[in-house]
Design a binder for this molecule. Structure first.
Ligand code: SF4
Ligand code: SF4
Length: 391
């Protein structure tokens, strides 16, 4: 059972510096070599320019997916792009405000989100430290990189949808990408509808659909009690592990907050290195946490991870597929989870047993998708956890 906390478990060890979205590896990969933005960025960060050139080369790589399947994901992301415009995500609230008690409004919003398909809904504070300082990715032509971001809301509604494990277990080839894209588009609809509803009630509200985020989702989700930060840099929830995707709607509507939780992930990840051992490019640290922008955490090598994404033409997902927390919550698994949460010796034993006997069998690509091209067969032969274990 989750322990309810007064403050989140992650450790702040200095001043948190707000994150410029252009520092994100995908933001840098989108910079045009020789452009004013490129020059400005690499004058500030000359040590990163060589890496920047290799990111541009990676960006040019074509997906190895057969075209009729590459277009499946392309059609979903193309639709998401239409839903990522600022005027869809935000806008002016109605001048006529409907007052609501915070507890009643919170309950209504959670019910509405579940009605719209959310598997998890939590409400927390919006810490301004988690709002990007500047726009770093242009999701449509008129959107300008480098513009400062202000998001003066106090509340964050975090919605999550669980991923279909059957599709995730095909990682790192296309079904995992298809599953992630499917959840992103449904979350984009959900969050856009919710933000519109709040504005109709007379409150300022903005959705954060993929391709047009104004904030960093994981720490906001942790503050709201969705789960804990893991070794591979994502949020693990008690209900569905890390097999979730999220969206955040921020608002100035008075709402009650949920508390952050302790579900035992941090202690588990200290001893478990399964994701790090199976990552084909060693992007996940096996050692201790380090301090990044004022927070002590495991820092993944995002450039190495991105390079593998581009090679596969998907978001890889191996670290999601192999994590013991992403298993279905059957009765025996729930029992093990309770043991893991309550006893350090049991936890260590469970990790050893999972390393030896854990089911990490790959699922076959569903029949409605095309057969694997040679390049994927080679990737699966060499990199997939089923075939590969490093220690
Ligand atoms: S997504 Fe793949 S490449 Fe990236 S960290 Fe996870 S396992 Fe490694
Ligand atoms: S595989 Fe192990 S170390 Fe990695 S995120 Fe899951 S629990 Fe943590």
């Amino acid at each position: 059972m989750a322990r309810i906390l007064k403050k989140p478990k992650y450790e702040i060890v200095g001043e948190i510096q707000r994150y410029d979205e252009i520092d994100n590896v995908q933001g840098r990969a989108a910079l045009e070599p020789g452009s004013a933005r490129w020059k400005e960025y690499y004058t500030r960060h000359p040590e990163l320019e060589k890496l920047g050139n290799s990111l541009v080369e990676l960006r040019k790589m074509k997906s190895p997916a057969p075209p009729q399947d590459a277009m499946l994901a392309g059609s979903v992301f193309g639709t998401i792009d239409l839903m990522a415009r600022d005027e869809t995500l935000g806008g002016q609230p109605s001048p006529r405000k409907i007052e609501m008690d915070a507890a009643r409004a919170s309950a209504k919003i959670k019910g509405f989100c579940r009605q719209l398909g959310a598997d998890l809904v939590r409400i927390g504070p919006l810490n301004q430290a988690w709002v990007y300082s500047h726009v770093g990715r242009a999701s449509y032509p008129e959107k300008e990189i480098g513009v400062p971001i202000g998001l003066p809301h106090e509340h964050a509604i975090v919605v999550a949808m669980r991923l279909n494990r059957r599709m995730v277990r095909c990682a790192p080839v296309l079904p995992v990408e298809m599953e992630v894209a499917s959840k992103y588009v449904r979350l984009a609809v959900l969050a856009s509808v919710l933000a519109r509803y709040l504005r109709m009630l007379g409150y300022s509200a903005r959705a954060n659909n993929v391709r047009n985020y104004q904030l960093i989702i994981p720490p906001i989700a942790i503050d709201a009690g969705i789960g804990e930060l893991s070794r591979n840099g994502v949020v693990i929830s008690e209900e569905y592990g890390n097999a979730i995707k999220m969206n955040v709607v921020t608002t100035d509507m008075p709402l009650d907050h949920d508390n952050p939780v302790d579900i035992g992930v941090d202690e588990f990840c200290q001893d478990c290195r399964i994701c790090a051992n199976y990552c084909p490019v060693n992007a996940i640290p096996r050692g201790e946490k380090t301090v990044t922008r004022g927070i002590r955490k495991w820092k993944i090598n995002d450039a190495a991870c991105y390079s593998y994404w581009r090679k596969c033409g998907t978001d890889c997902g191996i670290c999601l597929a192999v994590c013991p927390w992403s298993r279905p919550r059957h009765f025996p698994h729930n029992l093990i989870l309770r043991g893991v949460q309550n006893s350090a010796p049991f936890r260590k034993l469970a990790i050893k047993a999972d390393n030896l006997f854990g089911d990490r069998k790959r699922d076959e690509v569903p029949g409605w998708m095309e057969k694997q091209p040679e390049v994927w067969k080679e990737i699966l032969r060499r990199d997939h956890p089923w075939n590969h274990r490093s220690s």
